[in-house]
Design a protein around this ligand. Structure first.
Ligand SMILES: C[S@@+](CC[C@H](N)C(=O)[O-])C[C@H]1O[C@@H](n2cnc3c(N)ncnc32)[C@H](O)[C@@H]1O
Length: 412
């Protein structure tokens, strides 16, 4: 037995103390347990933290979806703000975190569920922490109530089309027309399976069902609004995880780029930013996935009263917009995947685009890219943390960069 005083939370939400990882322990707590391979196991809590709360979800102990449900909301927000400050400090940058906008419980509109056949029947839910075992989560506290029916749907899909060995990945999105479900990892589609899946889609009133990229049923177009535009995203497309998180990001980006007339939206997805921004500015939306730019373009064409939006399907890692192309914009919104946008940031710096709204889902690559902007003379405004994955270690943020002023700095 070893007693350990927890020093801090690690990046994955575990307690860290005396060189050991202690799952579900909180800073300043005293715990006791068995030391195994750098971890403390069979942990007993001797002195609990005042920040400790009863996890609201009955699945918390097994489910790998949430890691810090036992921590008070304000302390979770402070932990996430600290992750951002720490990442920036590692690059020699200091930033004010202007706030943490946490999505409410039961607001996740998109989730990838796991589902498999078992000897006793079928199982659908999330993975157990650090394992490929599946835990059913009928009382999950993060999923939107409208998304919960995706759990029994995932079960029947596994019954119909999972192979004996593998698990299905069931990406489910709650759209304005109902559930949009896209499945990978199942049996190959033959006529029998296609008919069965179409029957299931109809019985469960799915808006759309896609199997290994192939549409098998569409009852209604799975539509979502971005500002005034109604968009039908391609199956499995990226979407911000909660409507509240999306609204917070869009509001901040709009404020940061207010007054700009020609905006480039880089890593544009299906138009989360481009379409609302087009209410006031012309927008050129660039995205690697042609199906997404197609959806964005179709949404713009159907919408009324928007300024011109052009789209371009382009790999921005290999072929970033170059300084000559960037010279026609007075502002850029950039929202890269976890790897960040090193090549595109280098070109932005050369082009000296006056204003940049930078959205990121990875504080480490954000800080790396921010350091390049700051070294080139940009001023960084305050950072807003947008927490769409409450109770998980995931951190998203938005910040403004300007050449002549500090965007967003007016709130200081
Ligand atoms: C974090 S998402 C943001 C999407 C969009 N801004 C939104 O908020 O819905 C990143 C986007 O980058 C796209 N992407 C990934 N790698 C890319 C690349 N090399 N070139 C261009 N786009 C890429 C993805 O398809 C995805 O749509």
């Amino acid at each position: 037995m070893r007693q350990v005083r927890i020093e801090r939370l690690g990046h994955l939400g575990d307690g860290l103390g005396e060189g050991l990882i202690v799952p579900r322990a909180l800073p300043r707590e005293l715990v006791e347990g068995e030391e195994r391979d750098g971890r403390l196991e069979e942990v007993r809590l001797l002195e609990p933290s005042p920040d400790r709360v009863t996890p609201p979800c009955p699945h918390f102990r097994r489910c790998g979806g949430c890691t810090v449900q036992h921590l008070r909301d304000e302390a979770v927000a402070e932990w996430k703000a600290g992750i951002v400050r720490h990442a920036l400090a590692a690059q020699g940058l200091e930033a004010r975190v202007a706030g943490v906008e946490t999505s409410p419980p039961a607001s996740r509109r998109r989730a990838v569920l796991a589902a498999r056949r078992t000897k006793k029947g079928v199982l659908a839910g999330f993975h157990v922490r650090g394992s490929d075992e599946i835990v059913p989560v009928p009382e999950c506290r993060v999923l939107h109530p409208g998304l919960l029916p995706a759990l029994p749907v995932a079960e029947v899909l596994a019954e119909a089309g999972a192979s004996r060995k593998g698990a299905l990945d069931v990406a489910a999105t709650l759209t304005e027309a109902g559930l949009d479900v896209s499945v990978t990892g199942g049996k190959p589609l033959d006529e029998g399976l296609r008919t069965r899946l179409a029957q299931l889609a109809s019985r469960h009133d799915l808006a759309r069902l896609t199997w290994a990229g192939e549409p098998v049923a569409q009852m209604r177009p799975p539509v979502l609004h971005f500002g005034r535009a109604a968009v039908v995203p391609p199956p499995g497309a990226f979407l911000q995880a909660t409507a509240e998180g999306e609204a917070a990001l869009v509001a901040r980006v709009r404020a940061l780029l207010a007054g700009s007339a020609r905006i480039a939206d880089l890593f544009a997805g299906c138009g989360t930013f481009a379409l609302p921004l087009a209410e006031r500015a012309e927008v050129h939306a660039v995205e690697g996935d042609a199906a997404m730019t197609g959806a964005l373009d179709a949404g713009w064409r159907r919408a009324k009263g928007l300024k011109r939006v052009t789209t371009e399907a382009r790999d921005l890692f290999r072929r970033p917009l170059d300084p000559a192309e960037l010279s026609r914009f007075d502002a850029v919104v950039i929202d890269p995947p976890r790897q960040g946008a090193a090549a595109q940031i280098a070109a932005l710096v050369q082009a000296r685009v006056p204003r940049i709204a930078h959205v990121s889902c990875n504080p480490a690559t954000f800080a790396r890219d921010a350091a390049v902007l700051v070294a080139a003379g940009y001023r960084m405004g305050p950072v807003t943390v947008v927490d769409q994955f409450r109770w998980s270690p995931h951190v998203e943020l938005v910040a403004g960069f300007g050449l002549s002023h500090m965007p967003g700095g007016e709130r200081e």
